[in-house]
Design a binder for this molecule. Structure first.
Ligand SMILES: [Zn+2]
Length: 467
């Protein structure tokens, strides 16, 4: 066929195809389109033109803070930023801190800072701005000091808090202090509150978990008894005396125990017991059913007389006569009568918050309760004091709580007994109020290290939750 003939055949074929397309005999053919919307050459998608994606640029940002070699409140901040182009172009990065351009490392004060970075490729494409807030807080130990007094609590002026003998800060009038120190980056820190003529110094080994809210209870050094038989008398307190062991017993007037004496294995670390009843006066009941000896109404009257005398001497409503039903229901001191030896103790002494205690009134050889009499009543009072708190024996002063001191012991509470007893009660009260267990142990160690020149003992620190 000639070229013209081929055209005619093609034209006819096309006309037939168009005719049949409109005649409803077959289906229309949709054109195949490329991703840019154009019709694919030859209706073949594989022949679509390849269109490269546009270049994008991204940026990443990180910042690290270092407090070494700088002074409060400045920190050295190192900023690392890097950019990437999807087309492999060279990228430059610009960094700003709080709106000002910086390069690499910068000194910044405490507080929040806005760090941003933008990357630009050599072709001029920019990334989105990447920003982050960097919060700079200097390592610190936030503490508070409060001292017990016979009638209240106070903060003497002129105290200093010192960490690891390197960083120090003046204690605020309300007792708070904020010690900026790199020691706060460690697991434990030695925190000393320098004492004064008025209050004991304290020496604490503080674990990291208390750095944000360390509360140290202290005490005045001279305790002027405000009420009771010895009102107006001043006792010069010494924790070294209060905790001095009374051989053969391992404790002093105030108890502390080596951990191996409490069931552990550590024979060098001390755990201090600080405790008191959760409310006063403590109810006391005489228990006939639990006693293995009969006792008379007169015997019971003598018991109340001796306890009443203790209230007067203490200048404090410590005991109140009650009954077994009430004590069984809500706690108090259970007094039994009979052989088995005189004794007194609080229940669960290591808990710190006491609900109950017990006293046994022993019989003399003739069957009478001689220790209830006025003449020998000191023995009943001695046991009563054991049941009133964590109070053990001492030979460090003339005391109702003497034992094995090889001298005549007094028949009644002495001024030191009264002063130390109230100290224990009031310190435990402040521990509860401020939710802390840093108190007498740290006063003792402060006295040893700074007033007596003795080595520091190892002390087991436990939290407000107790043992
Ligand atoms: Zn005793």
């Amino acid at each position: 066929m000639s070229r013209m003939q081929r055209f005619i055949v093609f034209a006819i074929a096309t006309a037939v195809a168009l005719f049949t397309g409109c005649g409803g005999g077959g289906s229309p053919v949709s054109p195949v389109r490329c991703s840019d919307g154009s019709v694919a050459p030859g209706n073949d998608a594989s022949r679509c033109p390849v269109i490269p994606p546009p270049e994008t640029v991204s940026v990443s940002l990180s910042a690290s803070t270092n407090f070494v070699g700088v002074t409060y409140p400045m920190a050295r901040v190192t900023i690392t930023a890097s950019g990437q182009s999807t087309t492999g172009k060279t990228v430059t990065v610009a960094v700003t801190v709080d709106g000002s351009p910086v390069n690499g490392s910068v000194m910044l004060p405490e507080g929040n800072h806005n760090i941003c970075a933008t990357a630009t490729s050599s072709s001029g494409v920019k990334s989105n701005e990447a920003c982050q807030v960097l919060a700079i807080t200097w390592p610190e130990i936030v503490g508070r000091f409060v001292a017990a007094t016979p009638t209240s609590e106070y903060v003497p002026s002129g105290l200093w808090a010192v960490v690891e003998e390197t960083d120090s800060v003046r204690v605020n009038p309300d007792g708070t202090f904020n010690l900026h120190t790199l020691s706060a980056l460690k697991d434990t820190a030695k925190v000393v509150v320098r004492g004064s003529n008025e209050v004991f110094p304290t020496l604490a080994r503080v674990e990291k978990k208390y750095f944000a809210s360390f509360v140290q209870i202290g005490s005045v050094r001279n305790w002027t008894i405000p009420t009771g038989t010895y009102a107006g008398q001043t006792v010069a307190l010494s924790m070294e005396k209060a905790y001095k062991e009374t051989p053969p017993q391992p404790t002093g007037f105030f108890p502390r125990w080596k951990l191996n004496q409490l069931g552990g294995t550590d024979s060098t670390t001390y755990a201090y017991l600080v405790g008191s009843y959760t409310s006063y006066p403590v109810k006391v009941a005489a228990y006939k059913m639990r006693s293995n000896s009969l006792f008379s109404t007169e015997d019971e009257a003598k018991l109340w007389a001796r306890l009443s005398e203790m209230n007067q001497t203490m200048g404090f409503n410590l005991y109140v006569q009650s009954d077994t039903t009430s004590v069984n229901a809500t706690g108090g001191i259970r007094v039994t009568f009979g052989n088995g030896g005189a004794g007194g103790m609080v229940d669960n002494e290591t808990k710190g918050d006491y609900i109950s205690g017990m006293v046994n009134i022993s019989q003399a050889n003739d069957g009478t309760f001689l220790i209830l009499t006025s003449q020998y009543g000191g023995a009943t009072k001695h046991e009563g004091l054991h049941a009133s708190g964590p109070i053990h024996h001492t030979c460090q002063w003339s005391s109702l709580m003497e034992q094995n001191c090889l001298r005549n012991l007094p028949n009644d509470l002495q001024p030191e007994d009264v002063a130390y007893w109230h100290l224990m009660r009031l310190v435990r009260g402040l521990e509860r109020k401020y939710s802390t267990r840093f108190s007498l142990a740290q006063m003792h160690q402060g006295e040893r290290a700074f007033l007596l020149g003795l080595p520091e003992d190892k002390v087991s620190v436990f939290g407000p939750e107790g043992w």
